[in-house]
Design a protein around this ligand. Structure first.
Ligand SMILES: Nc1ncnc2c1ncn2[C@@H]1O[C@H](COP(=O)(O)OP(=O)(O)OP(=O)(O)O)[C@@H](O)[C@H]1O
Ligand SMILES: [Mg+2]
Length: 266
């Protein structure tokens, strides 16, 4: 059975436009009938141009936005039908990593406070000693020196900050990580370090991952399967290598043609 199954998901936004005297309400179908399933331990690459609905799809899966229609089935349970309180509990199993780690980390919190707050979400009455050893282990897992725990976000490089953001995502022991353009703001050399870290985490922790990017070259390196989105819909889906070798859809062919640089080097 798939770990997560999304069926005919729709997330629409209302946009007001027109003039004061003749207002109109336009419906933006950011996610427009998406169905897909993810196996446990799989890395699914979600690609497509800016505005095609990648972030909206991921935020809907996270239940940060409730869908307009459709189902998000996890362990046989439809998250879209659950009351808010139940959704909050399930959400601990899903964590996100964002493009800009500087914006997503609290500048006034040390690494220790950031990580301990995230650990406490799962382990409420945890002892100080247990907390300290978990923070050390998390930092080691993401390849950072445990002595960094007293430092603040501004004291790190972009790549190190993204490692801290990944450690924070891992802290509540999630089963699914949704990474939304996690390497787009990083130098190419640092990008591959972070991609390797994500690969290692999948292997060591058996994590399931949705990796969002507009860059097919990046996703080719990491993903088992790739889903191509265009205007809120999935236009192509396949095993990563097969999709690269023989893209069926005209839009996928165009995307592939646009990124020869990275695709050729990784
Ligand atoms: N909260 C919102 N209210 C209204 N419209 C929104 C909202 N969030 C997204 N949209 C619209 O939905 C569409 C999809 O946006 P989304 O951010 O999901 O795209 P994306 O694929 O993640 O793009 P990018 O690659 O630039 O991050 C866009 O037309 C966007 O303007
Ligand atoms: Mg986005």
């Amino acid at each position: 059975m798939a770990y997560l199954e999304i069926r005919d998901l729709q997330t629409h936004f209302k946009k007001r436009s027109g003039s004061l005297l003749a207002p109109t309400v336009e419906t933006i179908r950011a996610v427009d009938g998406v169905s897909l399933s993810i196996e446990r331990g799989e890395i699914l690459g979600l690609v497509g141009e800016s505005g095609c609905g990648k972030s909206t799809l991921s935020r809907t899966v996270m239940q940060l936005i409730r869908p307009t229609a459709g189902s998000i089935i996890l362990n046989g349970e439809d998250l879209a039908q659950l009351p808010a309180g139940e959704v909050r509990k399930r959400r601990l199993d899903f964590q996100m990593v964002f493009q800009d780690p500087y914006a997503s980390l609290n500048p006034r919190m040390t690494v220790f406070s950031t990580l301990s707050e995230a650990i406490r979400q799962r382990h409420r009455g945890i002892s100080r000693a247990d907390m300290e050893s978990r923070v050390v282990r998390l930092l080691e897992t993401v390849g950072l020196d445990p002595r960094f725990q007293k430092k603040y976000p501004h004291e790190f490089s972009g790549g190190q900050r993204q490692r801290i953001a990944i450690a924070r995502a891992l802290a509540p022991e999630p089963k699914l990580i949704i990474a939304d353009e996690p390497v787009s703001a990083l130098d190419v050399s640092i990008q591959s370090q972070i991609l390797n870290l994500l690969k290692k985490l999948r292997a060591e922790l058996g994590l399931t991952m949705i990796f969002i990017t507009h860059d097919l070259g990046v996703v080719r390196y990491l993903a088992d399967r790739i889903v191509v989105m265009y205007k809120g819909k999935i236009v192509e889906e396949g095993e990563a290598e097969a999709l690269f070798a023989n893209p069926q859809n005209a839009y996928t062919q165009k995307l592939l043609a646009a990124i020869p640089k990275l695709a050729a080097t990784v």
